[in-house]
Design a protein around this ligand. Structure first.
Ligand SMILES: O=C(O)CCC(=O)C(=O)O
Length: 305
C-alpha cells in the first residue's frame, strides 16, 4: 500500500523518509487555499494555453514556475528540494495535465530519471504504480513496459512477478512518484486537472530499471563515438529530442559517463542484444501505445465542446 501522510507531517518527514529514499507517498490537504481549485476548469486552461504552442507537449502542457503561479502555492519543503544542488531541473520544470473523462495514460516511467510531485487539482485519477524492484519487460531502449501489462489486474501482474500498487488520487492530494516507478493513470470526472513539479536527482536508488537504463546509456555512449549513429540515438531513443545524451537529465555527457563508468563494454553489448529482442513486439504494439496520444488542447476542445 502507498502510505498517506498529512501536509503537516510531510513538512517534517517527506524529504527524509520518502524523497531521499525514493519511496512513493501521498500527501493529503496539499492544495488548501489554492485559487486553482476553482479556477482551473478545462475552459480556463484552454484559454491560457491556446496561444502558447511552445507550451503544448504530447499529452500535457509545460511551463516554468512563473506561469499561472498566482493560482497555486509551492510549499517551502517542496521548493527546498527543487533548489537542492543535487537536483537538476529542466527549463520548464512544471507540467499541467487536463484530461478527458476515462483518458488513460499507459504504463511508462518518466525519462531522464525524473521524479514527479503530482498534485491532483480537480477530479480523481486512478493510479497503478509498478515497484521498480520487480522484473518488468520494456520495449527496445524505451521506458514503456509491454502494452499487455496495461490490461492486467494487480493479481495478474503479481503472477508475472511484478508488484503493483493501485489507488485513487483525489482532488487536493499530492503523489510523489520516484524515478523509475512505472505508472498507468486513468482520469475520471468531467473536469480533471493535475499539476506537476519535476526534476532529476543526481543519485537515484539502485533497482533493475535503473541498472537497465544505465546499461542502455553505456551502449549509446559507445555508439555516440560514431557520428552517423547520433541522429538515430536522438530520433529513436531520445524520441526526437536534439542531443539526447548531451542533455540527459539536464546534466549531459559528463553525467552519463559518470553513471556508466563501471559498466563494461561486454555488459553494454549484452544489453544491446537483449534490447533488440523486443523489436518485433515494438512493431506490433506501437500503434496501440500511440493511440492514447492526443494533444491536450485538442482533448480539452472536445471535452468542452
Ligand atoms: O496524469 C496522467 O495521465 C499521467 C501523469 C504522468 O504520467 C506523470 O505525471 O508522469
Amino acid at each position: 500500500m502507498i502510505p498517506r501522510i498529512s501536509f503537516g507531517e510531510a513538512q517534517e518527514c517527506f524529504q527524509r523518509d520518502y524523497f531521499d529514499l525514493d519511496l512513493p507517498v501521498i500527501i493529503t490537504d496539499f492544495t488548501q487555499g489554492w485559487a486553482a481549485n476553482s479556477k482551473w476548469t478545462m475552459g480556463y486552461l484552454l484559454e491560457k494555453f491556446h496561444d502558447k504552442p511552445q507550451l503544448v507537449e504530447k499529452t500535457w502542457f509545460v511551463m516554468d514556475n512563473t506561469f499561472l503561479c498566482e493560482d497555486y502555492t509551492t510549499p517551502p519543503f517542496i521548493q527546498n528540494i527543487q533548489d537542492r544542488r543535487d537536483i537538476s531541473r529542466p527549463k520548464h520544470d512544471m507540467r499541467v495535465w487536463a484530461n478527458a473523462n476515462q483518458h488513460t495514460t499507459p504504463f511508462h516511467y518518466d525519462g531522464h530519471q525524473q521524479y514527479v510531485f503530482n498534485v491532483q487539482v480537480r477530479g480523481k485519477k486512478s493510479w497503478t504504480l509498478l515497484d521498480p524492484q520487480s522484473y518488468i519487460q520494456y520495449y527496445t531502449c524505451s521506458n514503456f513496459p509491454l502494452e499487455r501489462y496495461n490490461h492486467l489486474s494487480p493479481d495478474q501482474l503479481a503472477a508475472e512477478d511484478i508488484t503493483a500498487y493501485t489507488f485513487d488520487l483525489h482532488a487536493g492530494e499530492m503523489l510523489f512518484i520516484p524515478a523509475f516507478w512505472a505508472h498507468k493513470v486513468c482520469a475520471s470526472g468531467e473536469e480533471n486537472v493535475n499539476l506537476n513539479w519535476i526534476g532529476s536527482k543526481v543519485h537515484t536508488s539502485a533497482n533493475p530499471q535503473q541498472a537497465r537504463e544505465h546499461e542502455i546509456l553505456k551502449m549509446l555512449l559507445i555508439l555516440h563515438k560514431f557520428k552517423p549513429f547520433r541522429p538515430l540515438i536522438d530520433r529513436y531513443v531520445g524520441i526526437e529530442s536534439d542531443g539526447y545524451l548531451e542533455s540527459y537529465a539536464g546534466l549531459g555527457l559528463d553525467f552519463v559517463k559518470q553513471v556508466t563508468q563501471k559498466i563494461s563494454h561486454r555488459t553494454a553489448l549484452i544489453r544491446l542484444f537483449q534490447e533488440i529482442r523486443t523489436l518485433s513486439q515494438v512493431r506490433r504494439d506501437y500503434p496501440k501505445l500511440k493511440a492514447y496520444e492526443k494533444a491536450p488542447l485538442q482533448q480539452i476542445q472536445q471535452a468542452v465542446g
